[in-house]
Design a protein. Structure first.
Ligand code: ATP
Ligand code: MG
Length: 446
């Protein structure tokens, strides 16, 4: 039998996916998109066409062609508009382009009017209503820009690490053991067995250090947070990396500083339309100051009242330290290092000079934790000892301990919460604004 058709990989349907206005000035082009907004004025209409990243002003007038507006030209209809690209002026006198409509071909018609107005600058409704209608509210240009920026952050993370010799990995999310145990693991019935959803890729990314030396993963992790806070989700995207042959845990902090610089530059250049639309205050990163946990705690104790927990920070202490870093160093970021051993997971390397503390760090961004990281134990006996000291049974971690048993270089890494970073970059008060379809204690839909 003969093939009847061939695919060549060339998509050629005569439309331009992005409107290259300058190149096309004076030409007749076709462009597909959604009808975002119609402003009708008797014999004349403005039709705003929403494409993947742009809003294109198209002008209808009987003067431009024989085409006459049809009844099915309605908001949210999918359309192919053909017309001539002409230069026009905005109210402030700046130059812009528009399309003089020669034809509108309607490709699909909506069955109903959206329940919330999405064609204004912002979707003006309560967060819960917004989230209930997310598939629709995200069509709003400001709302979709949030997740375009989020794409830029992930892309920057991926590009920078790829350029620095990291291998991208994907680790399983259904696991026999929870990575760090505790109360915030989700249990799952797996054909009669109890398994856990991954809280982090920790144990697997470490296993891959002796294989690839440097690895990273961008993927979902699951935390059964039993509280309803403005900074916790039950499923979030963790950007993780792990690197081998480090000389010190500060190598990880250097790498993260490089990643963040790269991300911010990428946003300024390739995501300029969204940065402009959302008026994003991109932090300048030159060098990031570092302070030891115990010194940071002293600062908090001096300045804030009623501090009872001397082993960790309350959100208000993080907020205070954020302000302090800004005032003192003009920095939106602050590394806090040497957290107490008691408060860090079992795989964390204790400081040989003071075993009460660890070779670990958190990164605060505008007063909230966005990263935890540090050096991990690579020596088998040291890891088994620490597990026993913490009342854990090393036998339950046989697979994990293969890493140490069969030889691993000094290594460390970190986890950076994508939604947390997005939230504080965009100045949101609630992390849900920075999650496309958030999962929290009260929400699993849409
Ligand atoms: P927190 O103390 O803020 O609850 P954590 O110390 O428990 O966070 P880690 O295990 O250190 O969190 O996770 C690494 C990073 O992942 C955090 O710095 C944060 O950016 C992000 N993160 C952790 N938990 C959540 C969550 N429930 N929702 C969104 N992001 C989270
Ligand atoms: Mg942490």
């Amino acid at each position: 039998m003969e093939a009847t058709e061939y695919m060549t990989g060339e998509l050629c349907d005569g439309t331009t996916p992005y409107c290259k206005f300058k190149e096309n000035e004076g030409k007749v082009i076709s462009i597909k998109g959604a009808i975002h907004n119609i402003r009708d004025m008797s014999d004349f209409a403005f039709i705003i066409l929403r494409t993947a990243r742009e809003l294109i002003q198209c002008v209808y007038s009987p003067e431009f062609s024989d085409y006459r507006m049809a009844e099915n030209v309605v908001e949210q209809a999918s359309a192919k508009i053909t017309g001539k690209v002409v230069k026009s002026q905005t109210r402030d006198g700046s130059e812009r382009f528009e399309i003089q409509i020669h034809n509108i071909e309607i490709l699909s018609v909506p069955a109903a009017i959206p329940p919330v107005v999405i064609s204004k600058k912002k979707v003006n409704c309560d967060l819960n209503v917004d989230l209930d209608y997310r598939p629709v509210t995200m069509r709003n240009p400001a709302e979709r820009a949030v997740f375009k920026i989020q794409e830029g952050i992930q892309r920057g993370f991926r590009e920078y690490l790829s350029k620095n010799g990291f291998t991208e990995i994907h680790t399983p999310k259904i696991n026999f053991a929870g990575a760090e145990g505790g109360t915030n693991v989700f249990k799952l019935d797996y054909f009669g067995k109890t398994v856990f959803l991954a809280q982090s890729p920790q144990l697997y990314k470490q296993a891959l250090v002796p294989v690839y030396e440097r690895v990273f993963e961008i993927g979902p992790v699951f935390r059964a947070e039993h509280h309803d806070t403005s900074r916790h989700l039950n499923e979030y995207i963790s950007m993780d990396f792990e690197m081998g042959f480090i000389d010190s845990f500060t190598d990880i902090m250097e790498m993260e500083t490089g990643v963040l610089k790269y991300i911010m530059e990428l946003l300024k250049t390739e995501y300029a339309p969204e940065v402009e639309l959302l008026k994003v205050d991109i932090p300048a990163i030159d060098k990031i100051p570092c302070i030891r946990f115990k010194d940071a705690k002293q600062l908090c104790v001096k300045k804030l009242k009623n501090i009872t927990d001397m082993k960790d920070f309350e959100p208000e202490e993080e907020a205070f330290l954020g302000k302090w870093a800004k005032q003192q160093y003009g920095s939106d970021f602050l590394f806090v290092t040497h957290y107490l051993s008691k408060k860090r997971p079992f795989y964390t390397m204790d400081d040989p000079e003071d075993p009460e503390v660890t070779l670990s760090f958190d990164l605060l961004f505008r007063g909230i934790e966005i990263t935890s990281g540090g050096q991990r134990i690579h020596d088998y006996n040291m890891q088994v000892e620490k597990m026993k000291r913490l009342g854990m049974n090393p036998e339950e971690f046989e697979t994990y301990l293969m890493l140490h048993k069969y030889g691993a270089p000094p290594h460390g890494g970190l986890g950076l919460g994508l939604e947390r970073l997005t939230m504080h970059l965009l100045g949101f008060k609630n992390v849900r604004y920075a999650a496309m379809f958030p999962r929290d204690i009260n929400r699993v839909t849409p």
